[in-house]
Design a protein around this ligand. Structure first.
Ligand code: ARG
Length: 452
């Protein structure tokens, strides 16, 4: 493509080192879409005449057809997807030599990548919506299941499992907003920025932008070929999403242990052991958690690449896609499999409730009950704390205490207090906005559905 200036061919070893075909070939469809819009603009503005433009467009369609039918094998010697397509076009249609008029690979690469990324991100929007849908339906399914809520991995207060699922609805909804932001960030058309400074030819950037479904052309040609922020925005979305998945997985892996045994995972989502006949391992959850580091690493890879780059295009930028594809593929597969798994998680309600009898998770309920009777909270806290200490020493659960024993430690105890001392009452009475009370969870479910 640049033989004019050179007296010697690029060395084979350099061709191999500098090619990006192995990474960018997957964008062939988007590249042809971008070229088609570009050439149609060249025809409409009179930079090329109509027939020329029409012939080049037809040639591009023919190349696309060949690729789809597996009849065209690109060559590394032509460096990348862009040059391979242009070269094949020109073989089929000699007018292809006019395609690259008023265009550089710098604005071309940026356009192709944005188009490809846009398609993938739009698909992810459907996937994350499906994940959110499953989470809401689990919340409905499990609203009446009571589990211990933990802080510091210590039993804290009883909660509705529905409430727990909805906590992930919030986290993944924020991820969805980050995904929208990334889609917004890429929504400007780079075509016409040229290598860095625009063109002496009268290109119509509004037209190409519109043809390709972007909201507007990019505003500054230098920034256009230097900018990879929209990729960083995707990486941040991807990293936060994976961090959320990773934490969710840790909960489910814990609840799936024999010690907790709150949940039952579907056989289809587990694997066995080659040696231990009894094993049923939560591999999908472990692998999803295990992939998180790669996705965060891919974000750091891009950020480090950009760190020292001068304005504008630098070849370093060719390294921007390897991690991008890896994260796109990982996020897509994790999103799909976690949604499928969650849909089939079952609960052992008794095991979850049994867990609640040991850790005095109703202690706050008693302290708050005393507050309503006028006892200062600090005093109530101390009384109940002393009672818990005494129970621990004597190996007793709250449920095993007689009313007289309650009275001994808590002078304000009364028969009505005994009525509130069940996990179900404890959950029901936390009826504050956003709290775990059943009425609150029902309201959250309705709201979540409307946000879907
Ligand atoms: N293969 C390169 C890439 O994907 C093309 C960029 C060409 N630009 C340049 N100035 N060499 O980024």
């Amino acid at each position: 493509m640049w033989h004019g200036r050179f007296r010697h061919d690029t060395a084979k070893i350099v061709q191999e080192f500098t090619q990006s075909l192995d990474i960018d070939w997957r964008m062939y469809e988007a590249d042809i879409q971008g070229s088609t819009a570009h050439v149609s603009m060249l025809g409409k503005t009179g930079i090329l005449d109509h027939e020329e433009a029409a012939k080049i467009e037809a040639g591009l369609q023919a190349v696309l057809q060949e690729i789809r039918e597996g009849k065209f094998t690109p060559s590394e010697a032509l460096e990348d997807v862009h040059m391979n397509i242009e070269a094949r076009l020109t073989e089929i249609e000699p007018l292809g030599a006019k395609l690259h008029t008023a265009r550089s690979r710098n604005d071309q690469v940026a356009t192709t990548t944005r188009l490809y990324l846009r398609t993938r991100l739009q698909a992810l929007k459907d996937d994350i919506r499906e994940l959110l849908r499953v989470i809401v339906s689990n919340a409905e399914r499990h609203i009446n299941v009571i589990i211990p809520g933990y802080t510091h991995m210590q039993q804290a207060q009883p909660i509705s499992l529905g409430h727990y699922w909805l906590s992930w609805f919030e986290a993944f909804s924020r991820d969805r907003a980050r995904l929208d932001f990334a889609l917004d960030a890429l929504d400007e058309c780079p075509l016409g920025a040229g290598a860095l400074a625009g063109s002496t030819l009268p290109v119509d950037r509004m037209m190409t932008s519109e043809l390709l479904g972007f909201s507007r052309p990019t505003r500054n040609s230098l920034d256009t070929v230097a900018n990879r922020d929209y990729m960083a925005d995707f990486h941040y979305f991807a990293s936060m999403f994976m961090l959320h998945v990773s934490r969710l997985c840790t909960d489910l892996i814990t609840w799936n242990t024999q010690e907790f045994a709150f949940i039952v995972l579907p056989d289809e989502f587990c694997t066995g052991s080659s040696m231990m006949p009894q094993k049923k391992n939560p591999d999908v959850l472990e692998l999803s958690r295990g992939k998180t580091g790669q996705v965060v690493g891919n974000m750091l890879d891009l950020l480090m690449n950009l760190k020292g780059l001068p304005m504008t295009y630098n070849r370093d930028l060719q390294e921007d896609k390897r991690g991008l594809w890896a994260s796109l593929d990982t996020v897509e597969s994790v999103m799909k499999i976690i949604a499928a798994l969650l849909e089939h998680v079952d609960v052992d309600e008794e095991a979850a409730l049994r867990g609640l009898t040991k850790g005095y998770p109703l202690a706050t309920d008693i302290a708050e009950y005393l507050v309503m009777k006028g006892v200062p909270f600090r005093e109530a806290h101390a009384q109940v704390g002393r009672l818990v200490g005494w129970c621990v020493e004597n190996g007793l659960a709250f449920s095993e205490l007689t009313f007289e024993q309650w009275k001994e430690h808590i002078p304000e105890a009364d028969p009505a207090m005994m009525e509130i001392l069940t996990p179900r009452e404890s959950v029901r009475r936390r009826d504050t906005y956003g709290g775990t009370g059943f009425a609150q969870v029902l309201r959250q479910i309705e709201e979540a559905k409307s946000r879907l």
